[in-house]
Structures are given as C-alpha cells and as structure tokens.
Design a binder for this molecule. Structure first.
Ligand SMILES: [Fe+2]
Length: 346
C-alpha cells in the first residue's frame, strides 16, 4: 500500500493507493492544495478511483468537487451528505475497492451526521470523529454528542488496539497514535459513560471556525469560494507591477489605458494620474463607450488588487485581448508613495 499525507495547517488529506495496480483514493482534499495534490498524484504515479470526503467540512474548503471535475473521478460521501455533486453515496459497512485495496466504511456520525471513517488493514482514517488524543467537536451544524459517543465507543474503539489513527485534523502535529493508545491516553475518551461524555462535549464552549458560512455554502453546494473565483480570474490574465506602470508613465510614451474600477468617492480621493474611471458594477455596460478600441492595452486597478483581477478577466472575455491588472492595488500604490491625483475624471 502506498500512503501519503498532504497536510496544510492543521488539515490532513490522504492518498491511499494499491502498489501493484497504482489505483488509489484521495481523502479530504483541501482546495488550496489542488496543484500540490495533482503534482503528488503524478509523482507517485497513482490513478484515482475515488475522491472521498469524510464529512461536510465547516472549517475548510473541500477540493473534492473541483478535483473530481478535473480528473473525472467520482466523489464519495455518506448518503446523509447535503452536497448535490456527490456521485456515490455510501452507507455503513460498505467497501470501496481500488486495485487490490479494500477500504471498509463506517458511518461515524457525531461531529456531523454524514461523517464516515475509512478502515484499512493497519490504519483507520477517522475524519473529524476521532482526532489524535482528541475528538471532533459536536457544536457545528448536524453535530450530536450522543451520536459521537456511539461512533467512538461503539465503532472506532472496537477496532484492534494496534490500528493506527489518521485523523482529518492534527493541529498539534502529534505523531501517529493507535486505537489502544487512544483508549488509554485520549483525555476525552476517559469519560466512558454516555452522560458524562455528552456533558463534557456540551461544556467545551469553542469559538466558531473562520469562514464557517463560506465553507458550508461551498462544501454543501459545490459552489465556488471567493478565493477560487479570484484564482480562476488571475489565470486568465497577466499583471503589471507598480514599478512597471510608473516607469511607463515616466517614459511618457506609453499607450497604456489605466481603468480605475473603484467607486466614485475612492477614485476622486486619489487615483493614478490619467486613470479613467468606471466602477466595476458598470464595466460591462459602459465598456464600449469607455474603450472603443478592443486592441488597446488596458490595465485595471482597484483598492486591493482583487476586483481589478475580476475586471481584467471580464475585459478579456469581452475581447480586450491585452487587458491586464495592476499587481497590487491603490492601497499598495499609495503605501509605496507613487503619485496620485485627486478630483473628478477630466
Ligand atoms: Fe470537520
């Protein structure tokens, strides 16, 4: 068996593959690690059969949908998952086959109602049900402390003591533990009767994860994150550095049309000298009036360099084949003490 961990921050994703056939499955891929994950698949020479999300993540962005689309590999989740893009909905006790690998699935609700764990001969991928010397929380949507008790004591802790634990999170960079070690040392598992375990979970009083709403929106629907939209737009264009823009202005021979896409107040408070003004919201409607020559060299700018990226990508779609964006935004431009001009557009 080929086993690789892809970790970012405290989030852990796993690639499990059959040595003989090079067939494998990817578990809990994270959106910001798409290129790294694809590179790893090529490097180790694995053809994915499945992409599995152990549950609906509330604290990070799943790459399952995007990778499944790019690689034409089915996504797998428990049947209770709300995500409409899931190709294969599974249930407790079922097995996924990749080459000679047999991966048994356990429904282990509690952290979420759609949580599953993946059992391999020597290890178990526990998602956020059982963490190393910890457990998943039960206070996020569809969480349930009673169900977590049943999943832990009724299922995961009944695996052989020597089975190694590979969780969905490892915030403290803990080395591999085993089921036996978890039983003996995991502080939360020392509350062995149901009511004190549940009481303990209810008393945790944890703060809400960052990006909870955006993570649930995208992971439950297959929709895109804002960062994903920006990344896609950035891949459709090129950028000009502030130094380059200033050098062009100083040379005085530039044919560059600077288009400031911020709102009027921001533009009038200070813009790149000579910049034209069209708010992002009016770009498509006013573009022909503003830029009658689609072959013009156009550079968009905004306050932080994000909306200008979207605007330049839109201009490319509209046929402005030389549209680029400022690398950075007007805030960085001002901070670098490049010249600005206040007032209305001439
Ligand atoms: Fe989670």
């Amino acid at each position: 068996m080929n086993f690789e961990e892809i970790r970012v921050g405290g989030c852990c994703s796993y690639l499990v593959a059959c040595d003989e056939t090079c067939s494998g499955l990817l578990v809990d891929p994270e959106l910001s690690q798409i290129d790294r994950t694809l590179a790893l698949l090529s490097k180790v020479g694995v053809r994915l059969q499945y992409i599995v999300d152990t549950h609906t993540h509330a604290d990070h962005f799943s790459a399952a949908h995007e990778l499944a689309r790019r690689l034409r590999v089915p996504t797998v989740m428990h049947r209770a998952s709300a995500a409409p893009y899931v190709d294969l909905r599974v249930d407790d006790g079922e097995t996924l086959i990749a080459g000679h690998l047999r991966v048994r699935l356990l429904h282990t609700p509690g952290h979420t109602e759609d949580s599953i764990s993946l059992v391999l001969p020597d290890r178990v991928l526990t998602g956020d049900t059982l963490l190393r010397l910890g457990t998943g929380r039960t206070d996020l949507p569809t969480g349930n402390a009673e169900a977590l008790y049943d999943s832990l004591f009724g299922k995961l802790l009944r695996l052989d003591d020597g089975v190694a634990v590979y969780p969905g999170h490892n915030y403290k960079n803990l080395p591999v533990t085993t089921i036996g070690q978890e039983k003996a040392e995991n502080p939360r598992l020392q509350k062995r009767d149901r009511s004190s375990f549940v009481e303990q979970m209810h008393a945790l009083n944890l703060s809400m994860p960052d990006h909870l709403t955006e993570a649930l929106r995208t992971n439950r629907t297959g929709g895109k994150t804002v960062a994903q939209l920006l990344d896609e737009a950035a891949r459709q264009i090129a950028f000009l550095s502030m130094e380059e823009v200033q050098a062009l202005a100083t040379a005085g021979t530039s044919d560059l049309v600077v288009v400031d896409v911020r709102e009027r107040d921001a533009y009038e408070a200070g813009h790149i000298p000579g910049a034209r003004h069209v708010p992002r919201g009016q770009l498509e409607l006013r573009v022909d009036q503003l830029l009658p020559d689609p072959t013009a060299r156009v550079m968009t700018c905004c306050e932080f360099g994000k909306i200008s990226t979207l605007a330049a990508a839109t201009l490319r779609i509209l046929g402005f084949t030389r549209a680029v964006a400022l690398d950075g935004g007007m805030k960085a431009w001002r901070d670098a003490r490049y010249p600005t001009k206040a007032g209305k557009e001439p």
